[in-house]
Design a protein around this ligand. Sequence first.
Ligand SMILES: [Zn+2]
Length: 73
Amino acid sequence: MYIIINCHSCGKIIMASTANRTKTCTHCGVKVDLHSARVLARSDTTTEAVAIIQELKQRKSKDSPVTFKKFRV
Ligand SMILES: [Zn+2]
């Protein structure tokens, strides 16, 4: 089983195996405690997990310009 979590340090989306207790963030190198991390999604395979991450990233980049516009006016 794999979980998709947000790194508490850099905020990027990372994937971790639930067989481990911690995951080193591939973006900033900080150790993330899997038990205290906020789980965004779960997956049985790495392929599915990667697809979920890509979808989450796309959703994020689509949302941010809208939010930016809202606060700008
Ligand atoms: Zn990070």
